[in-house]
Design a protein around this ligand. Structure first.
Ligand SMILES: Nc1ncnc2c1ncn2[C@@H]1O[C@H](COP(=O)(O)OP(=O)(O)O)[C@@H](O)[C@H]1O
Ligand SMILES: O=P(O)(O)OC[C@H](O)CO
Length: 492
């Protein structure tokens, strides 16, 4: 199976064998565009070119041809909004990335108009620039003639899964899956359909929207020109939901957290769209045979992105792995906290106007303190989410399954277990996002008979047990909460 993982900072293709073992991987870093403060864009042609290049490279590395691939699974950065011409497939604008805050004012107006309860009931989300609807509204209002053309059915909206599917099928299929649709603010997660009232609220013509399928489905066939032979596309999911599948979190109460650019914790809540009373999101975890399973999600916008900033912005570390050595060099940060609210704060604060801070600096503060504070922030933010999940009721999770680029940092995993006070489990395959996409594809083609066979394939590589004493855990976390209060725009 060939999994395409189109993430925020890179595009990867991984070939998995039928046992879920990665056989070959190819990756390209993705260019980021920051046209204004709080704006983030991607060039759709970069995404498309990188996708085809990494797919071919992974096949070559594996010594396989397209005919050896039984199916393709696609997983993607979610919410990122693309608008393209239905006839030519050409993008009308750069994609507006999930981190982009340009629609903060629109969201404030919608709040003021009292739209929140309707939106929350139907979508399980809150009104925030994070999601696709206001980004799409911005494109329709700012790209010349886009709105009239959209009304005439000449344009397509989609998240990146949908864009890639359209291109891979040579423009034959305009579809998405329930997990990606559930991040748009336009999709009713109860009825599993686009919602007319929400379309009116956000001013989105229905003609723009893709068809919504299960996560394992016959999405279409990738044309022979891309890989050398036609290959069916049978799995598709937003990256965090794909990771939930890759981590085999199939029972209510199971939770995974993925540490890439951001951090996203998804708690399986079963077949009812349970709502958080603590500003977490409810979302489709996966939908199979028309039956949705839901998750409560905590979304943190900056995790690994803070490490990237230390590397590329401040240039105080040569590579991400160096962050572990800095953290290990110190017994603690001496009271230094970093709140990496570079693009506002996500769950549970939802404060698009907050900006980051480094506090508690003294003459003794060195680079290592700042680097360690960036890593610690990832753990404190995860604790914030777990506190909300606990306050929502339900059985507290007994362990956290982790994955994503950051989890190879052993120091970080130990500190995470210490701050959460529960064991952290790192699987053998940490590319669980891609693995989840491969599983979803394989479930459709019969490579996997059921979710049980996926569960049986999950293997733990290492367990990190909490070792910090309770008083230290409480003191450090309280310091974090104070630091967050100082960056909140609504408390200023
Ligand atoms: N050893 C490490 N310690 C801390 N952070 C790391 C380490 N290795 C990678 N990262 C961070 O992980 C992120 C990459 O993870 P990845 O899952 O590839 O991200 P994404 O899918 O969001 O593009 C980067 O932000 C990088 O800074
Ligand atoms: O690209 P990632 O892995 O940071 O994931 C992005 C999320 O899907 C955004 O919601």
């Amino acid at each position: 199976m060939l999994a395409i993982d189109q993430g925020t900072t890179s595009t990867r293709a991984i070939v998995f064998d039928s046992g879920g073992v990665p056989v070959a991987t190819a990756q390209r870093e993705l260019r980021q565009f920051y046209p204004h403060d709080g704006w983030v864009e991607h060039d759709l042609e970069d995404i498309w070119r990188d996708t085809t290049v990494v797919c071919r490279a992974a096949l070559e590395q594996a010594g396989l041809g397209a005919a050896d691939i039984s199916a393709i699974g696609i997983t993607n950065q979610r919410e990122t909004t693309a608008l393209w011409d239905r006839a030519t497939g050409e993008g009308l604008h750069n994609a507006i990335v999930w981190q982009d805050r340009r629609t903060a004012e629109t969201c404030r107006k919608l709040h003021a108009d009292g739209a929140e309860p309707l939106v929350a009931d139907r979508t399980g989300l809150i009104i925030d620039p994070y999601f696709s609807a206001t980004k799409l509204g911005w494109l329709l209002d700012h790209v010349p003639h886009a709105r009239e053309r959209a009304e005439r059915g000449e344009l397509c909206f989609g998240t990146i899964d949908s864009f890639l599917l359209f291109r891979l099928t040579g423009g034959a299929v305009h579809a998405t899956d329930s997990s990606n649709a559930s991040r748009t603010l336009l999709f009713d997660i109860n009825t599993q359909d686009w919602d007319e009232e929400l379309l009116r609220l956000f001013g989105i013509p229905r003609a723009l929207l893709p068809r919504v399928l299960d996560n394992s489905a016959d999405f279409g066939v990738a044309q022979a020109e891309f890989l050398g032979a036609p290959v069916p596309i049978t799995g598709m999911a937003g990256d965090q939901q794909a990771a939930t599948v890759g981590q085999a979190c199939f029972e209510p109460g199971m939770i995974k957290s993925t540490y890439g650019t951001g951090c996203f914790a998804l708690l399986n809540v079963g077949d009812k769209p349970v709502r958080s009373t603590n500003r977490l999101l409810t979302t489709t975890a996966y939908r199979l045979d028309g039956k949705p399973t839901y998750a409560v999600e905590g979304s943190i916008f900056v995790a690994g992105a803070a490490v990237q900033w230390l590397r590329d912005g401040l240039r105080v570390i040569a590579d991400a792995a160096a962050s572990e050595r800095h953290a290990n060099d110190l017994p603690d940060t001496q009271g230094v906290y970093m709140v990496p609210a570079f693009t506002g704060l996500g769950a549970p604060h939802w404060d698009p106007d907050a900006r980051g801070a480094l506090i508690g600096l003294t003459r003794d503060t060195g680079v290592s303190h700042i680097v360690r504070a960036a890593l610690e922030a990832v753990c404190y933010q995860t604790r914030d989410l777990m506190e909300c999940m606990a306050a929502d009721g339900g059985t507290p999770p007994s362990a956290l399954r982790v994955d994503g680029g950051m989890v190879r940092n052993d120091w970080l995993m130990q500190f995470l277990a210490d701050i959460l006070g529960i064991p952290v489990e790192r699987p053998v395959v940490t590319e669980t996002t891609a693995l989840g996409a491969a599983y979803l594809a394989g479930l459709r083609t019969g490579v996997y008979a059921s979710l049980d066979s996926v569960s049986r394939a999950w293997r733990r590589e290492r367990l990190f047990e909490p070792a910090m004493d309770e008083a230290d855990r409480a003191r450090l976390y309280e310091g974090w909460r104070r630091a967050v209060r100082r960056v909140r725009s609504d408390l200023a």
